[in-house]
Design a protein around this ligand. Structure first.
Ligand SMILES: [Zn+2]
Length: 137
């Protein structure tokens, strides 16, 4: 086994492990929703409950997106295109792949995209209550 093989093998293992974790998190959301449907509905204020639900939904979407990214990375690994920048076709630095395991762009292209795009996906969803005054401090 060459160093490269060992590297990709380790990446595949990490991706598979990450996939398992994300799936477990999604299952956790299911459980949470089931519990919420059955209990104490009349006791919580509706706005708070709706906000919780929106938060959960946003987090869930975020987790689903992460899972999709992991799946895509696994597919690229399978196809032999993993670690190749989708924009310029250069090899993505190993250090970057170690840090961002599902990176699709090299550092240079990522910086360019981050600088240019205004609607790039954020690392974490932000939550905003609409139609309600900000909570008193
Ligand atoms: Zn690039």
């Amino acid at each position: 086994m060459t160093t490269t093989d060992a590297f990709y093998h380790a990446i595949a293992q990490r991706l598979t492990e990450r996939r398992r974790q994300l799936e477990a998190e999604l299952e956790h959301f299911e459980t949470w929703n089931m519990a919420r449907l059955g209990y104490g509905h009349a006791l919580v204020d509706d706005a708070g409950a709706a906000f919780d639900q929106a938060t959960q939904l946003a987090l869930r979407r975020h987790t689903e997106r992460l899972l999709a990214q992991v799946d895509e990375a696994l597919a690229r690994l399978e196809a032999g295109t993993y670690g190749i920048c989708e924009q310029c076709g250069q090899t993505i630095a190993v250090e970057r792949l170690e840090a961002v395991i599902d990176a699709r762009l090299c550092v240079r292209c990522q910086r360019q995209q981050d600088g240019a795009a205004t609607d790039r996906p954020r690392p974490l969803p932000t939550f905003r209550r609409t139609g309600a005054a900000p909570a008193p401090a």
